[in-house]
Design a protein around this ligand. Structure first.
Ligand code: GDP
Ligand code: IMO
Ligand code: MG
Length: 423
């Protein structure tokens, strides 16, 4: 059986959690393949609003099994809080959630290192969520990391201590003001590890292989967005994992020839949280209106998200890198009432017009070229069928499909599970 992928095409927060929740009814297994608690995936249904961090967005469905893959980094402390938040729902977590032994652990000192690294950068900081993501992936690729499977070994605390001692020396090296009480952080950490150990640890690549062989359907859930990919994003203002399609293969052990559909999620406009270039960013009233109507505040940090027009150059790049087969357009409802809509279709780059994403997209090198559209006035949030769409929305969608050469199969018109229109 084939595996489908779902991932964000912009700078994250496209609405991945909502769509995974909507699609879960079609799958036996939902598997997160990368990132960690820097993610905040929001689900809304039956009057409930819930934000997931490490746990896959299929957890609220009766039937699906949820897998945290080897490519994910897990902070036991955040994970325990996530479980506490789910306690009020009647979910058999021990049965429905399983964790790869090969997933790496975020230690308290990884979070401190993140803070020290950002503080040392001053104005050039990444704008990290400070969840320890970068330092944990550094220890993974540096071959020093501690994995979930290590928790089953007797000597893991010795390994933990050696790594923590090294981290403390590194924190001192940064020579910045990071206050902490390691003993307190460790008490919390070891308590949380005990809770983590009540879950099932598995060899998830083998589990997923057998699942495929027996005909089970699998949806791989990405975190962050393609423009935050460590290789293909706006480096260095990126996260530390491969957020793009290839990340699902390495983050789950799924072979490339087993991947079928790649669902690419994008907002009808663009947002970004944290630092880094953003060619279509709006600094005027229009941008603040988008932020206000779209409630553009980070699900993890509460930081305001920067807003701007849709950037088709960047979006096309993301569809190419991922091999997207179906598009899903989110938050179209937020654009209702804007008189004119703009879409960036090319850049002026060093005096020339280009239609690809160049190496350097800092504002001094790039000027976006926009195509304008007439906006629509209608409220989309109560609509249930594409036949109800105003002409201007259809024009907008048709233009995007033509430019991107990929069908837009879902138009989302509100945060709730039910506000999802299939085309
Ligand atoms: P994710 O990280 O990609 O899962 O996205 P987030 O949950 O961080 O951010 C998306 C936000 O938009 C959440 O608050 C969602 O509830 C909300 N949302 C998702 N789809 C829509 C939509 O179509 N319209 C509106 N107005 N809000 C949406
Ligand atoms: P979801 O899965 C939006 C951004 C941070 C920062 C950069 C690096 O909810 O879409 P990190 O914590 O990884 O060191 O931060 O990446 N970032 C996100 N932005 N959505 C996310 O996840 C993000 N995860 C990280 O703001 O700019
Ligand atoms: Mg998010």
């Amino acid at each position: 059986m084939a595996v489908d992928l779902l991932l964000g095409l912009q700078w994250g927060d496209e609405g991945k959690g909502k769509i995974v929740d909507v699609l879960t009814a079609n799958y036996d297994i939902i598997a997160r393949f990368q990132g960690g608690p820097n993610a905040g995936h929001t689900l809304e249904f039956d009057g409930i609003k819930h934000v997931l961090r490490t746990i896959p967005s299929g957890i609220f469905h009766e039937t699906a099994t949820n897998v945290i893959g080897n490519g994910v980094v897990i902070d036991p402390v955040v994970f325990k809080k996530e479980l506490d938040g789910l306690a009020k729902f009647d979910i058999d977590i021990q049965q429905k959630l399983i964790i790869s032994r090969k997933a790496h652990l975020i230690l308290p000192t990884h979070r401190l290192l993140d803070a020290a690294s950002e503080a040392s950068k001053g104005k050039a900081k990444i704008g990290s969520t400070l969840k320890g993501i970068g330092p944990t992936y550094m220890d993974k690729t540096g071959r020093n990391g501690i994995r979930v499977g290590d928790l089953e070994l007797d000597n893991w605390k010795g390994k933990y201590r050696a790594l923590t001692n090294k981290h403390e020396a590194m924190i001192n090296f940064y020579n910045v003001d990071v206050q902490y009480d390691l003993q307190e952080l460790e008490e919390e950490f070891f308590e949380a590890v005990k809770v983590l150990k009540t879950l099932q640890f598995i060899d998830s690549e083998e589990y997923l292989h057998q699942a495929q062989k027996s005909g089970k359907t699998i949806l791989a859930e990405g975190a962050q967005g393609s423009l935050l990919d460590i290789d293909f994003g706006t480096y260095p203002f990126v996260t530390s994992s491969n957020t793009t399609a290839a990340g699902a293969c390495t983050g789950l052990g799924v072979a490339p020839n087993k991947v079928k559909d790649v669902f690419g999620i994008f907002k009808a406009y663009t947002t970004r949280v944290g630092s880094g270039p953003f060619p279509t960013e709006l600094f005027d009233e229009v941008g603040s209106e988008m932020a206000r109507i779209g409630h553009e505040f980070g699900a993890v940090t509460g930081r305001p998200r920067r807003c701007g027009w849709l950037d088709l150059v960047a979006l096309k790049y993301a569809t190419q890198v991922n091999g997207v087969t179906q598009l899903m357009m989110m938050k179209g409802d937020v654009l209702s009432g804007f008189k004119t809509l703009k879409v960036c279709t090319a850049y002026t780059y060093k005096g020339e017009t280009i239609s690809h994403l160049p190496y350097n997209i800092e504002p001094e090198n790039i000027e976006p070229i926009f195509t304008e559209f007439k906006g629509w006035k209608e409220d989309l949030t109560q609509m249930t069928d594409p036949s109800q769409f105003p002409k201007e929305l259809n024009d907008y969608i048709d233009f995007l499909e033509k430019e991107l050469e990929i069908p837009i199969k879902i138009v989302s018109v509100g945060p709730d599970r039910t506000q999802t229109i299939h085309r």
